[in-house]
Design a protein around this ligand. Structure first.
Ligand code: EPU
Length: 425
């Protein structure tokens, strides 16, 4: 077991490089099931969730190799198995991303209900609905789904609620379907575009990714492409570092990011009184002279403020003057971590599971806390860097799921943060 120990209040400055996007890597890896030959990915983050997805690929018979440089090679030519081991499936939500490609290639798949962050109920009903529109037959045996379709067929699916992984899964399932598929009210995240670009580069016919209407004209098979595929920058990591820079009022450059993916977040931070300069692939926080001001924050699907920014924004709001109203609209469990911030001295009132009011500015004090999920975990790291005294964070597997060697990268900015082996917390 490991924990982080942070001595707060150290001045931070310098440059931090953003890693490849976790959630894009988690979709492109299963997408290789549809692609002949070997695919080379670069800029793959060295995080726990990627490790689990590579183990899932290996478990169905794929050949996988990973280098420390962020290069990953995958060949799924020898894949034969269509049932996924439940001990891996229950580790990451994105394991559900194997459903679309396995169904498209083999006409069947068996999978346990996926695990992942405990941030809400996270059902699969939309996905199952969408797959049946594309001709799949679904049987459920306790928590395991057995899905089959002799041949997927095109169809029109209307999302009553926007869903990122369901958009991506249906896009994969429809790639080899007979006829045309139309996805209406689809998710518009950059990862959806990256997935469509990847499939199109291998001969798929997908139009409109990144808009609410995605059209997929089914093709008989995909073809090999020798060109390496670079994973796009992680906009959630970049935006989280922007919140860190604003909260600690530090001169920090966040490099290797795509500033156009961060516009609504930066607009909000600037409304609070923070200043950022933008370059083609970096942003720089310029320390503010006046205190930050409280604002209202409402999460929204892309291009709105991502639900994944909610936790860092709550921590940032503890440093702003006045009452911040922060409202989550996507997951019912995202705000429960705020009790840990209250233990650290934050003044937060939870109006209901979807809304908190933060009264700032507050002086945070170091405490021993447990990281409940990946995004709350990184927010608690920011709180620890802001706090007076020592903060100890346990259950850091949750943070390692999404942020590669975070203690080394923050220490390079001046943070006093160490990873320590421990038998107890
Ligand atoms: N939903 C349903 N039925 C479904 C699927 C989703 O009701 O069949 C609901 C969810 O419960 C939620 C809403 O629809 O209330 C939107 O969920 P969505 O499906 O978009 O979430 P997701 O695809 O499971 C992805 C990211 C999350 C990110 C959300 C933002 C991946 C692997 N995960 O989750 O990232 O917060 O989109 O919408 O891409 C993270 O990286 O830490 C993370 C949780």
């Amino acid at each position: 077991m490991q924990k982080f120990i942070i001595q707060g209040g150290r001045p931070l400055k310098g440059e931090i490089t953003v890693a490849g996007d976790k959630n894009t890597a988690l979709k492109l890896l299963p997408a290789t099931v549809l692609v002949p030959g070997t695919t080379t990915f670069t800029n793959v983050p060295g995080i726990q969730d990627v490790k689990v997805m590579l183990e899932l690929l290996t478990s169905i018979g794929a050949a996988v190799s990973q280098k420390k440089t962020g290069e990953v090679n995958v060949s799924t030519e020898a894949v034969k198995k269509t049932d996924l081991p439940s001990e891996l499936v229950t580790k990451v939500r994105a394991s559900s991303m194997f459903i679309g490609p396995l169904l498209a290639r083999f006409g069947k798949v068996s999978v346990h209900h996926p695990g992942g962050d405990v941030i809400g109920e996270r059902p699969l009903d939309l996905l199952l609905d969408g797959l049946s529109v594309l001709g799949a037959d679904i049987k459920q045996d306790d928590r395991t789904y057995h899905i089959s379709a002799a041949k997927m067929r095109g169809g029109r699916f209307i999302f009553r609620k926007v869903s990122v992984t369901v958009t991506e899964n249906l896009l994969l399932a429809a790639t080899l379907a007979k006829g045309k598929t139309e996805l209406v009210n689809a998710a518009m995240e950059p990862g959806v575009i990256a997935l469509a670009d990847f499939l199109n580069a291998h001969g798929a016919k997908i139009h409109g990714a990144g808009t609410p209407t995605v059209i997929i004209e089914g093709v008989q098979k995909l073809r090999t492409s020798a060109a390496p595929v670079a994973i796009i920058p992680d906009r959630i990591e970049a935006g989280t570092f922007a919140c860190l820079a604003a909260a600690t009022n530090s001169p920090i450059t966040i490099s290797a990011c795509n500033p156009t993916h961060l516009e609504t977040l930066l607009k909000t931070l600037e409304l609070m009184g923070a200043t950022f300069t933008r370059d083609k692939d970096s942003i720089t926080h310029v320390p503010h002279k006046k205190p930050l001001r409280a604002v209202e924050v409402v999460t929204h699907e892309y291009p709105g403020i991502a639900t994944d920014f909610l936790a860092p924004l709550v921590v940032l709001s503890t440093q702003a003057q006045g009452l911040s109203l922060i409202r989550e609209t996507i997951f019912e469990g995202r705000l429960f971590f705020t009790d840990k911030l209250k233990q650290m001295g934050a003044q937060i009132i939870m109006a209901d599971p979807f809304r908190v009011v933060v009264n700032g500015p507050a002086t945070l004090r170091g405490r021993k806390i447990i990281s409940p999920d990946i995004r709350a975990g990184i927010a608690l790291v920011i709180a620890g860097l802001l706090a007076e005294g020592t903060t100890t964070i346990g259950n850091i597997y949750q943070i390692d799921r999404g942020y590669e060697a975070i203690e080394e990268r923050l220490a390079a900015l001046g943070a006093d943060m160490k990873r320590v082996e421990t038998d107890y917390f």
